[in-house]
Design a protein around this ligand. Structure first.
Ligand code: C2E
Ligand code: CA
Ligand code: CA
Length: 765
């Protein structure tokens, strides 16, 4: 009997140990870890007991029993850890853990000491018959302290049972079974132990139940899913789903529909639900259908609801159809969001009409769809719109843009007409060529001109038309061509509409030629500058303005007006300016070395330079590199450059002046808000444009204004240079009103630097 039992016990123990090793490698969750500790302690208990039963030596038997009892304590501690972790009913405090461990440690210590003491206080071994004649060392005598050990054991069993019971009470019904089964495995040990204690059986068979319990705990906690739990969870998931779910059996009876589905069909009895399947099958058999997904919209009252629907056949393991289900997912919100996103991506925020990208996309589509139709691209631009914003405020600006968008809408009648806002104040209409009526556009523009509500300021809208001959070009290029037409009438206040024609085409080709040749020409040193003297009232030459010239190998001397506007449009001007500035600095260095330290050179800065270069850094580095005083380099900045970003430019100009540069405001008087600008920004010199005097119909008034400007500049501490001085009368008048410096053909035209040096710096030669 003993031999059979111990053999089984050992085999079982080894099997559990192997299992626990495999499990601990595979699954590393906290719970499995706690169970693995039980699965290690339980077989160790069993092995220790088997060893004690098999002992042939009294001492060995005593030791093994002591080990057996001690490991039982450890097993129960592991059980407690598991129970608390698993049920989460209670978390032991630190002192409680210490107390428990101390008690167990005392028990363990007593058990070991017991082996060696003569006077037995826990147990004593003696030879006992296993009932079949085999003698083994069993517990022959129990001392007084045995009850201490037993109390600890039972107390811990109670501590393990309590959280499990609480958990069973608190858990939803479908989970209870799981905890019940765990608890039941524990009860089996207790029962087996009780049987051993109350009967005379010499061998404790309840030890084997430790192993059974360890395996049961693992199985019920990790592997086992109570019957009904899956179904319960599945059905409550479907019940609580936001989607409609309807299940039918093979005969087309509705077996299940969740509340969302009932609400969708507005039914409680389910009849419309059943008829839905019949309508869907329309004469087919369920077995002939296949799984599908589709989208459908429903008008519900005033609302349009969007659904993504799914139909699926359900089959058993043998592939036989057992029913089907529908799932309707309400994606109205998603669709709405998408529509809003799409609207935002394709429409202009302010005016609500198409934005540039979408306008181009639609034009492309239309052109491709109708290869034989004749279209035109009509683009509009507001003259000096920036000023409208500056003077009348952003709100007024927005109001005007919205009004223009509305006008576009009214003008856009007829098939295939598309209109949109390209950028800022630029709008475009793409339409059939035969529908374009000049008078209609002129009328519309005329009514727009009064939008500012001011008698002094009129809104100047200009329109460029490109008859689309070349259909393969991008819509953006079509618009560019329409805008090129506008550039030809830009300076006119009376011409409103311009058509892209061969002249513009020529000019474009010319432009392309200039940009194409530019880089090579710059590298080949074909650019140089001329100097035009700047003369004081006492007719003393103070310096000169550097005016660039292109010495073209075929065309000869090309004046700046033939290439600067092109280079400005393309941005190449920055490279040319950088080159010219450097040449000017080299020249100044040369003059300084030869003792001509009083002469200055004025250089031009294009508005584009401010966009693409760090003007401050460039100039400070240049004067430092050539070691020339900054005041001998005068910087001519036009009003346009300042106007584009007034605040930033004001700061930059201030920094340049603080560094020591002399800053001149070029072409003063030719813009709109020259006077306005002086309010918030100071420069060293105003360079008054004489064109401003010449263009006028009322010279007397203009002279008065000029007089005021000069006197105002004096009061503001600024020097005045007048350029374009051509006659003696000019000089006399300008001297009389207080101009400091003159520049103009009356004194000299721009000349090669060598000639300038020959004339004015005679000693240099
Ligand atoms: P700007 O800066 O206003 O230069 C003055 C222009 O007026 C020069 O024309 C000059 O020859 C011309 N001019 C001078 N005195 C008189 C006169 O008494 N009567 C008339 N009718 N014209 C006079 P230019 O040299 O053809 O330069 C034209 C424009 O090209 C310049 O106007 C300037 O805006 C630009 N430019 C010239 N060189 C450069 C440069 O290196 N960089 C940049 N960014 N622009 C330059
Ligand atoms: Ca200039
Ligand atoms: Ca000028």
């Amino acid at each position: 009997m003993r031999n059979v039992y111990t053999t089984l016990l050992l085999i079982f123990a080894v099997a559990i140990l192997i299992c626990s090793y495999v499990i601990s490698k595979k699954d590393k969750t906290e719970l499995t870890k706690a169970i693995c500790y039980i699965m290690i302690a339980a077989p160790l208990t069993m092995a220790a007991y088997a060893a004690a039963l098999l002992a042939t030596d009294l001492m060995f038997a005593q030791v093994m029993y002591a080990v057996y009892y001690t490991v039982s304590d450890i097993l129960l501690i592991n059980m407690l850890v598991y129970a608390l972790k698993y049920t989460k009913v209670y978390e032991m405090r630190k002192w409680q853990k210490i107390f428990l461990l101390t008690v167990v440690a005392i028990d363990g210590a007593l058990l070991i000491v017991n082996v060696f003491t003569e006077n037995v206080f826990i147990f004593n071994c003696g030879k006992i018959d296993d009932g079949s004649g085999t003698m083994f060392y069993g517990i022959a005598e129990r001392g007084g302290l045995y009850n201490f050990h037993r109390t600890i054991i039972y107390a811990m069993v109670v501590l393990v049972v309590i959280p499990l019971v609480v958990k069973i009470k608190r858990s939803p019904a479908m989970y209870r079974k799981k905890f019940w089964l765990t608890l039941a495995s524990l009860i089996i040990i207790i029962a087996a132990n009780v049987v051993y204690v109350v009967t005379d059986i010499s061998i404790d068979f309840s030890v084997a139940t430790y192993g059974i319990m360890a395996v049961a705990i693992y199985y019920f906690n990790v592997i086992y899913v109570p019957q009904g739990l899956v179904e319960g969870l599945l059905s409550s998931s479907i019940k609580n789903m936001d989607d409609s779910v309807i299940c039918f059996d093979v005969d087309g009876n509705c077996v299940y529909a969740n509340s969302v589905a009932y609400a969708f069909f507005k039914t409680v009895e389910g009849v419309p639900i059943t008829s839905y399947l019949n309508e869907w099958l329309t004469g087919r058999k369920l077995s002939e259908t296949s799984d599908t997904e589709w989208k459908e919209s429903h008008e519900i009252g005033t609302l349009t609801m969007h659904y993504s629907k799914q139909f699926k056949r359900l089959c058993d393991a043998d592939g036989r159809c057992v029913g089907c289900f529908f799932k309707f997912h309400d994606e109205t919100e998603d669709v709405k969001r998408l529509e809003i996103e799409r609207y935002r991506a394709t429409h202009d925020r302010l005016t609500g009409i198409y934005n540039r990208d979408y306008f181009y996309e639609r034009v492309n589509e239309t052109v491709r769809k109708n290869p034989d139709a004749e279209y035109c691209m009509v683009c509009s631009d507001i003259k000096d719109f920036k000023l409208v914003n500056d003077i009348f405020g952003i709100n007024k600006g927005d109001e005007i843009l919205t009004a223009i968008a509305k006008a576009m809408m009214n003008l856009s009648t007829g098939k295939d007409t598309i209109y949109g806002r390209l950028s800022g104040d630029r709008f475009a209409i793409f339409m059939q060529r035969r529908l374009f009526r000049k008078e209609i556009f002129l009328n519309a523009i005329d009514s727009l001109s009064n939008l500012l509500g001011s008698t002094t300021y009129k809104l100047h809208v200009q329109v460029g038309v490109y008859d689309i001959v070349d259909k393969d070009i991008e819509p953006s290029v079509m618009c560019d061509r329409a805008y090129m037409a506008i550039t030809t009438i830009k300076s006119s206040l009376t011409t409103i509409i311009a058509h892209y024609n061969d002249d513009i085409r020529e000019a474009t080709l010319e432009e392309q030629k200039v940009t194409g040749e530019f880089s090579e020409a710059l590298g080949a040193g074909q650019f140089c500058f001329y100097l035009q003297p700047q003369v004081s009232v006492k007719e003393k030459v103070l310096g000169g303005e550097a005016l660039v010239r292109w010495i073209h190998p075929e065309r000869g001397l090309v004046p700046p007006n033939d290439f600067i506007p092109v280079l400005e449009r393309t941005g190449f001007i920055c490279r040319l300016d950088m080159y010219t500035w450097e040449l000017a600095c080299q020249k100044l260095r040369e003059w300084h070395d030869k003792g001509y330290t009083d002469y200055h050179i004025s250089v031009n800065i294009s508005p584009k330079d401010f966009y693409f270069t760090d003007v401050y850094k460039t100039f400070t580095e240049l004067v430092e590199r050539y070691k020339i005083p900054p005041k001998s380099l005068r910087l001519e900045i036009t009003e346009t450059a300042i106007m584009t970003d007034f605040k930033k430019q004001a700061v930059l100009i201030q920094r340049l002046r603080e560094y020591g540069f002399c800053v001149e405001m070029d072409d003063f008087g030719s813009g709109y808000s020259s006077l306005n600008m002086l309010k918030d920004m100071s420069v060293d010199t105003l360079k008054v444009d004489m064109e401003f005097l010449r263009k006028t119909e009322n010279p007397e008034r203009t002279r008065t204004i000029l007089k005021m400007i000069v006197s105002l500049s004096k009061q503001l501490g600024m020097e005045v240079i007048t350029e374009g001085v051509e006659t003696k009368e000019h000089v006399d008048f300008l001297t009389e009103i207080g101009t400091d410096v003159f520049q103009g053909y009356y004194f000299a035209k721009p000349m090669p630097v060598s000639e300038f040096e020959k004339r004015y710096l005679a000693d240099l030669n």
